[in-house]
Design a protein around this ligand. Structure first.
Ligand SMILES: [Zn+2]
Length: 179
């Protein structure tokens, strides 16, 4: 199945950055957002923020949340024929979820270790490609890195500003001097 074009990926990432920006006005601002599109219909199936702090759930990352929404909505376990977009390179938990959901491709903006790690110290540095390299024969997932990366990087800085200004809790395990 043909994957989206570079132009489509960039456009969808910009829409995702706009969507994720909405969380900055909420009680739980987050720079992490994710969306899923059907490759054939070119329609968005679902969008989600990370809700880790809101739900007090370390597994409620944006990618896990959006996969749950998309499978529930479409009533299917496999998201073959779909592409997931994320404002940040997926962590090992999320990339594993993408593999289990059989997504055709994952398109991401910011980098985990160079960008997100400054905002929220990461628990593992295993890369999405390392996980993809070990999927069972017949399964595959294409990675499209750093689409609109600078726009996604700005989300982290804006989120920090909002949290500091509104005296909201900062992500755990983080020194004030990191940003
Ligand atoms: Zn994750």
């Amino acid at each position: 199945m043909a994957l989206p074009t570079d132009e489509q990926n960039a456009e969808r990432m910009r829409l995702l950055v706009d969507f994720t920006s909405q969380s900055l006005g909420s009680d739980h601002p987050s720079p992490f957002g994710s969306s899923i599109y059907d490759v054939t219909t070119e329609e968005v199936l679902a969008e989600a923020f990370d809700t880790v702090m809101r739900d007090c759930d370390p597994t409620s990352h944006a990618e896990v949340n959006v996969i749950r929404k998309a499978t529930k909505k479409s009533q299917r376990l496999s998201l073959r024929g779909c592409v997931l977009y994320s404002t940040c390179e997926p962590c090992p938990m999320c990339m594993s979820a993408c593999i289990w959901a059989e997504l055709d491709a994952v398109v991401y903006g910011a980098a985990t270790m160079e960008d997100a790690n400054r905002y929220w110290p990461q628990s593992s540095d295993m890369t999405p490609q390392e996980l993809i390299d070990r999927v069972r024969p017949g399964l595959s997932c294409t990675l499209v890195p750093h689409v609109e990366r600078s726009l996604c990087q700005q989300l982290f800085l804006r989120c920090d500003e909002v949290r500091t200004k509104r005296l909201l809790q900062l992500p755990p395990n983080r020194g004030e001097s990191l940003i």
